[in-house]
Each structure stands twice: as C-alpha cells, then as structure tokens.
Design a protein around this ligand. Structure first.
Ligand code: UDP
Ligand code: MG
Length: 325
C-alpha cells in the first residue's frame, strides 16, 4: 500500500546484550519490504543496564528509531501500553526485544493485514528450545487462563499486528489500568488471523520472567477476564452445604437408632475442610477487591521519564519521494 506507515513496539528490560542487534535486524527487514515509512519504538522498562543509552545512541543516527524510557520497571504490560500510545503508524506490530519474535515474519503479518485482517497473532509453533520447566509452566499457565478466563491463550505470544483502529480502541476506549494484552487483543473482536512461527532460542541475556512475575500475570489475566473463580466459591459453598446435610442426616439417623454420632474425627475433618474453604474463598474474593482497589486509584499505568529520537523516518528507498505526514 502506498503511504503505509508501520510502527514497531518493542518493550525492553535490561536488554543491552541484544537491543542493537534487534533494532538492526528489524530495520533491515522493514527496509526490504514495501512500506513507505516505519518507526521502531523501544520502550525501556526501567532497565538498570545501558539499554536506553544504546537506544539513544542509535536514534541519533537512525531517524526511524525512537526510545521511551519509563521511570522505573512497570512490567511488560505497561511497557507495551506505553509503546501503543506512542505509536503513530497505520499498523502497529508488537514484538519482544530479544529476537525471539523473528522479524522475518513481519512480511507475513502485513500480508494478512492487506487481506483485511485487523489483528494478526503470531503464535509459536513449538517451544522445544525452552527447557521443559519453562514449557510446562507455559502450558499450565495457558490452559488455566483459557479454562478460567474463557480466552484461548494456548501458545500465544505478544507478537502481534494491530490495525490502527484496534490500537485506538485499546489505548483510548479501554480505561482499565492493569492490562493483559494477549487477552485484550482477542477480546476486542474484529477479523483476526493467526500465523505460526518457530521460536529462536534466546541469543543473549536471559529470560526476565520470574515464577512470581508469571503467577502475577496469571492472576491478573484471570481476574481481569473472568468471574469464574467467584463462581467456584459459590460452588464450594453449595458443596459444603450438601456435606452438612449428609452429616446432619447421619446424626439424626444415629439418634433414632440409639447409636452415638460418629466421633471426633468427623468433627475435626469437617472443621478443617470448612476452614480452608472459607479462607481460600476469602482469598479469591480478595483478589477481585484488590483489582477494584487498584483500578479505583486511577494511577497511571506507567510514567515516562525520558524520550529520544523522533521516530517515523521515511524508508530509505522512499526518502526522495516521501513527505512527512
Ligand atoms: N520485558 C519488559 N519488562 C519486564 C520484563 C520483560 O519490558 O518487566 C520485556 C523484555 O525485555 C522482552 C520481553 O518483555 O523484550 C519478553 O521478555 P522475556 O524475553 O524475558 O520473556 P519471554 O521471552 O520468556 O516471554
Ligand atoms: Mg524472550
């Protein structure tokens, strides 16, 4: 398409080892295809290494590179949102900064978009390069989310193409603060498509997801998409009631037959069971209250400390013909 403007959004947290290479590779791919103009927005999510100074250096020479530095580590979800807010393209592609989302698939994403698809998900075909714990974790996480949240996240990733109209909805019309990008991108609807890619092993640096961070994401994902856990609480209550009725019937029956009500163990077990049901339920209800509390505070999901570069340089080969839009 003439005049197509593509924005790449890359959240980066302590990625000094790979960021230069990522930007270079991404630029090469974009220069090689038929886009009029592109920008690469690196959102530095509170890195403690040289990530942002490297981006600043690159952006001084490359007009299509732009850096946004958050004031601290807000997490990938917030970094993605910061990137989506900054992006000005007709099409926005979100991708990791560690080259695990191979830039060579971008032409495929764009092909789908040209066919009228508003959202293209790039899904990992195979995680065999990850260790088995990571794979197991991902599998459990995704299947739990899809069961509880009713959104299929199996093997999904944050490597996606979004049409401008979808970006506007995500950024302007969804007021929630704590976000789960993968889920939201499915939730908005429109014509969606999926392409498959193979994951490259992480070349340098290391995976930034601690188990705690992953669990946190899982809870956010579930709590923001579904009230199923609350239903489970109700279900547990009903189950306990049924249990109570059976025990009561047994007690009455024993009373009529002159035998003693079965003893101490029953009492102890039911007490413990009930106690744990109640505490778990309180915890679940608490998660939702915490979510309400966080949303109600209306704090910004991220704070921008610094920016560099202008972004939106015209593609080399179009430079003579391209006027700024
Ligand atoms: N990331 C981020 N903030 C964080 C953690 C990660 O912006 O708090 C970025 C990271 O730099 C990378 C992407 O999110 O570009 C995915 O992170 P990582 O490679 O650690 O996770 P995985 O590949 O296992 O999903
Ligand atoms: Mg990665």
């Amino acid at each position: 398409m003439d005049n197509l403007f593509v924005s790449i959004v890359m959240p980066a947290h302590n990625e000094e080892a790979v960021i230069e290479k990522s930007i270079t590779k991404m630029s090469e791919v974009l220069k090689g295809i038929d886009v009029h103009r592109f920008e690469i927005i690196v959102v530095d999510d509170g890195s403690r290494d040289r990530t942002f100074s490297l981006v600043t250096k690159i952006s001084a020479e490359a007009p299509h590179v732009k850096g946004v530095q958050l004031s601290r580590n807000f997490g990938k979800e917030s970094a993605l949102l910061a990137g989506l807010k900054t992006a000005r393209g007709d099409v926005v592609i979100t991708t990791d900064a560690d080259l695990q989302h191979p830039p060579k698939f971008i032409p495929q994403l764009l092909d789908q978009w040209r066919d009228g698809t508003k959202i293209v998900h790039a899904v990992k075909r195979d995680r065999s390069t990850d260790g088995w714990i990571v794979r197991l974790r991902a599998r459990i996480f995704n299947s739990l989310c899809s069961r509880l949240g009713g959104i299929d996240l199996r093997n999904s990733s944050d490597f996606k193409l979004l049409d401008r109209s979808v970006v506007d909805i995500l950024v302007r019309e969804l007021p929630e603060r704590e976000r789960f990008y993968r889920g939201l991108a499915e939730w908005v609807g429109f014509k969606q498509a999926t392409i498959y890619f193979d994951v490259d092993p992480r070349k340098d640096g290391q995976g930034k997801w601690s188990l705690a961070a992953l669990l946190n994401l899982g809870v956010t994902a579930t709590v923001s998409f579904s009230i199923a856990p609350l239903r489970i609480v109700t279900f547990l209550g009903a189950l306990t009631l049924l249990f109570g009725v059976v025990v009561a019937a047994d007690a009455v029956w024993s009373w009529f037959h002159g035998t003693a009500v079965s003893g101490f163990a029953t009492l102890e077990i039911s007490l413990l069971l009930l106690g744990s049901f109640i505490m778990i339920s309180l915890g679940i209800v608490g998660e939702y209250i915490a979510k309400i509390y966080q949303e109600v505070k209306r704090r910004p999901p991220f704070i921008i400390a610094n920016t560099c570069g202008t972004g939106g340089g015209v593609n080399e080969k179009d430079r003579t013909s391209g006027e700024d839009r």
